[in-house]
Design a protein around this ligand. Sequence first.
Ligand code: G4P
Length: 282
Amino acid sequence: MHFQWYPGHMTKAKRMMQENIKLIDLVIELVDARIPLSSRNPDIDELGRHKARLILLNKADLAEERWNDAWAEYFREKGFSVVKVNSKKGGGMKSIHGVIQEACREKIERDRKRGILNRPVRAMVVGIPNVGKSTFINSLTGKSCTKTGNKPGVTKGKQWIRLNRQVELLDTPGILWPKFEDQQVGLKLAFVGSIKDDILQTEELGAELLRFMLDNYPGVLESKYAVEEDDDAYTTLSRIAESRHCLVRGNELDTEKAALLLLDDFRNGKLGRLTLEYPPEV
Ligand code: G4P
């Protein structure tokens, strides 16, 4: 499967982020715990140089716990602070405030030496589309937070959300576009839904996911759909179509519908907790 993918607004989004990043102390970068490397845009390391860095392994509820731990270790070794989170259900949120303070210790210490006390840490959330930025911001801020509005010295129009006395968050997340030359990376991004389905052929994508499942998680499809797994992805897809009564024109099997069903089930965690890539050292 080959993608050609040119998202609009790419340059605009990057420019906006370059402007915003000047204002902040801490970059909170969300990655998808199922594909922590493929869901990163390498530009962020350049943009976020000299800033405190926090990586959130979001959707940790959808990935295997042992791999979440291995990834957390991997990023910590690279110097990032890391938290595993489930933004949808609020998992991992409690520890965030402590980790933010820890990640920004140097800045807080620097301020203190200059006699600046209680200046809040300013943070910005970044990540690729669909990784959970809005869900995370909503979960973190809840309803009790106040928007602080424009401030002197701050670019006009920027809204800050005061999380507590120590932290302010820029209310608009920075969108990074996935970047890939490797088609395998493109595939993984498509599996998790960070590249829109409408530019892809659903059936082909479903078959690719099926291949991944057959190779890495044998037996899962068998128990989920009550089908015998076949090494040939399309044969298995047809069996799923049959088992789930995906039919067109009377009784012809609708493998496209079966592919959609499979992709949906995967994205919603109905196939269980699955990790699609592993830390390079392992
Ligand atoms: P974005 O701003 O980065 O583009 O992502 P957004 O928050 O819109 O989240 C994209 C989808 O991911 C949403 O699902 C959201 O509910 C889901 N999501 C975000 N964080 C988590 C998480 O930690 N765990 C799980 N399981 N899901 C998460 P959706 O299908 O688009 O919407 P909805 O059906 O949940 O309302």
